[in-house]
Ligand binder design. Structure first.
Ligand code: IMP
Ligand code: MG
Length: 192
């Protein structure tokens, strides 16, 4: 069984993803045209592929840095407890920071990250996410650039995983239900 056999349907084909990433890059080029070297903060692991495609489409001078977070799992996910597994290398004080996320679901991870980064006094802090699931939002977090709004389905591919697999798929797809039901709920929410 290949990875593709686990996909119920393709939600966002590769060509549509790539076209939208190019549009987002244009928006970001315009928004930061008069600002000094923004720092793109890629939230690992899910946003790695999005960042890689986005950064190649940017014409403005910029830097990239990485941060990895993890929630504590199903039982505590709704408490908003998020751990920083890998912190930024850069000092962001006085910098124009743009967070690059894969998907905003409840909003708790992004809420934690933005509150944490704001204490480091960046000159500006904005958010770009490839995907947003508005139906699942529990905490409102301002988002400046959104690739696609998606329905309340668990999606994988283009960096997004289920139990660490499927990140390499070049499209965003919905997993077959039997793939979920073989694994406990904890696996769906414990890795961020
Ligand atoms: P939030 O804290 O509930 O907003 O969850 C955000 C994180 O959960 C994302 O950065 C993803 O890593 C993960 N996540 C949420 N929904 C999905 C999904 O449909 N597929 C894969 N990962 C997801
Ligand atoms: Mg994940």
């Amino acid at each position: 069984m290949s990875l593709q056999d686990d996909i119920a349907r393709v939600l966002i084909p590769e060509s549509v993803l790539q076209a939208r990433v190019a549009e987002l890059a244009q928006e970001i080029n315009a928004a930061y045209s008069d600002q000094d070297r923004p720092l793109l903060v890629c939230v690992l692991k899910g946003a790695f592929m999005f960042l890689a495609d986005l950064t190649r489409r940017l014409t403005i001078r910029h830097e990239v840095d990485f941060m990895e977070t993890s929630s504590y799992g199903a039982s505590t996910a709704s408490s908003g407890v998020v751990r920083i597994l890998l912190d930024l290398e850069s000092n962001i004080e006085g910098r124009n920071v743009l967070i690059i996320e894969d998907i905003i679901d409840s909003g708790r991870t992004l809420d934690y990250i933005t509150r944490n980064l704001r204490t480091r006094r960046p000159a500006s802090l904005r958010v770009c996410t490839l995907l947003s699931k508005p139906a699942r939002r529990e905490i409102g977090v301002p988002v400046d650039f959104v690739g696609f709004e998606v329905p309340d389905e668990f999606v994988v591919g283009y960096g997004l995983d289920f139990a660490e697999e499927y990140r390499n798929l070049p499209f965003v797809g919905i997993l077959k239900e039997e793939v979920y039901s073989q694994t406990s709920d904890v696996c769906k929410t414990s890795e961020v």
